[in-house]
Design a protein around this ligand. Sequence first.
Ligand SMILES: [Zn+2]
Ligand SMILES: [Zn+2]
Length: 182
Amino acid sequence: MLRLDLSEIVRTVGMNHFCEIDEPPFVFDDIEFISPVKGNVTISNSGELLIVRGSFKSTISLECARCLADVRQPIDGDILEQFAIIGVEDSPRRDEAPAIVQDEDNEMPEGLFEGLVIDLRVLIRQSAILNAPLNVLCREDCKGLCPSCGKNRNLISCDCSFEATNRPFASLPELFRQKDTE
Ligand SMILES: [Zn+2]
Ligand SMILES: [Zn+2]
């Protein structure tokens, strides 16, 4: 379960809640986790701050930068976030409902909290994106898509390759490829 009710943690200063993550593959937003997400998260109440820290491993599906084929990318992610807690101990109005608000140093990711329920998928997705390489290739020598007809040149050698080299930008993928292998 990657959605946790923090009602008790938020009301209990000094409480640490350890939580094992072992989630079957899932799709969240734009990221597809294609192997189980395993790791752990500790959520602590320091009195003023709610601190969420942990780590996880999984595999996500990315597109090859040249041919757009699916690439399995292992991910080793860390989570470290903190949020301000209001309305607990020193609240001027003791009957005020506790709430988790944005800490001034940290931007609160969208959709992370619904009241006092945290959706850890938001932090896992964010960390997966940060830890994924910018450009992945399905294989070192991926031939990419034909700049002229768009066919996957790993699968089909199209007839337009000679024609394509006469076009002003058609040789660009070749240049990038040479650069990559240098
Ligand atoms: Zn490729
Ligand atoms: Zn072609």
